[in-house]
Structure formats: C-alpha cells, structure tokens
Design a protein around this ligand. Sequence first.
Ligand code: DC
Length: 221
Amino acid sequence: MKHKSIAIDGPAGSGKSLMAKMLSEQKGYTYLDTGAMYRTVALKAIRSNIDTLDGKKLEELIKNIDIKLEIKNNRQHMYLDNECVDSLIRTNEVSKGASDVSKFPPVRLFLVDMQRHVAKNHNVVMEGRDIGTYVLPDADFKFFLTANNEKRAQRRLLQMQKDGKDTTYEEVLADIVYRDKQDSGRDFAPLKKADDAIEIDTSEMGIDEVFNTLLRYLNGK
Ligand code: DC
C-alpha cells in the first residue's frame, strides 16, 4: 500500500514547522523535520573542525557519519554519535552551517535516502525546502509557506528565546537573509515552490488561520 504524504516547504520562519507538527497530529501521520537532519550534519562538521563550505571534506565526513533519527510518540529526535542533539542543533551557528552543508549533493543524497525511507514506511507530513520538488515529487498534497523577512525573524526570535537561546533580532534576521539567498541559489534541489504546490503567505495570518486554511485544502473545500 502506498503511504500518504504531505509536503510543506518554505523559508526559515514561514511557520512550516508548527504547521507540519499540527497537521501530523490531526492526521495521525509521522512528522519529519528534514532541516534537523541538515543541522545534525552541520554540528558534526563544526565539532570536527571542518569548514561547513568545504565540499571535499564534507563528502568524506558523510561517509562515516553516525546519525540516527528516532521517532517516538510522533516526536523526532536526532542522535549524533549516540548523543541526542535536539537542543544543540538550534543555534544560529548551526543554522548557518546547515544551510552551508546542504549545498553539497553528497550530503543531500545521503539525507534524502533516509527521508524517502521514512515516507515509504509511514504516512508523513514532511517539511523542508525541496520536499515537493525533489524528495517527494508525488506527494498527495504540497504546500509552500512564505512570510516577509520581519515577521519570520520575529517568529524565530520568539522561538529561540522560548528555548532559552541567547540571540538578538538582528542576528536572527541576518541568519534568515543569508540562508534564504544560499538555499534558493544553490544548483541542486534549491528552495523553490513546486509548480503544483499551494502557496500561502502567512505574514498577516494567525496560527489558527493558517492551520484552517491548510485543512480546507486537505479536505477539498
Ligand atoms: O528548516 P531549518 O531551518 O531547520 O533548515 C536548516 C537548513 O537546512 C536550511 O537553511 C537549508 C537546509 N535544508 C535543506 O537544504 N533542505 C531541506 N529539505 C531542509 C533544510
């Protein structure tokens, strides 16, 4: 039996993580945050003193990397060398590093394999940058969420402060601008709306409004 899949793509801070979580709970699907996987590779590179823009070294790194993905009670946990790194990957340094390492095809192909494997065995709500265009081009539903830079930076700042991270609005905004440019400018599987994705600008929308909009599409109304 083919499993169901919902793809949610968009830039950082567009609201896709929260929506993917809420939708996965509503539908009883597995939630997969693919950004967390790129972040874990970046953390490994940083810990190994590898420049996150050094494609050659990253290609070697990825051959021996020990990454595990655990999904428990619909919560995703990332393990690096058998250590849970869920909180460690949520820093500005790792955000930038994740965008850097995600440019390189060997890194992407390694992670895309893991992502497709999950989608083959579970109904999924998968969020990222290239889910609708590359990872799951046949997804049952595809959404592309956007929002203006200021709103996205505000949202991320609030989230990071809630998680006890020490950062400023300016730092978060700079991170978003850097990553948007790099993620949409790369050659292989860039951040891009799939032709058949439904685009929603969430700048002026509240959480419930975005969620209800997604549900209306899923329910065909
Ligand atoms: O969603 P996020 O902010 O945690 O993602 C971190 C970085 O990982 C993002 O800037 C680009 C990269 N990424 C990607 O290239 N493709 C994905 N499907 C998900 C994330």
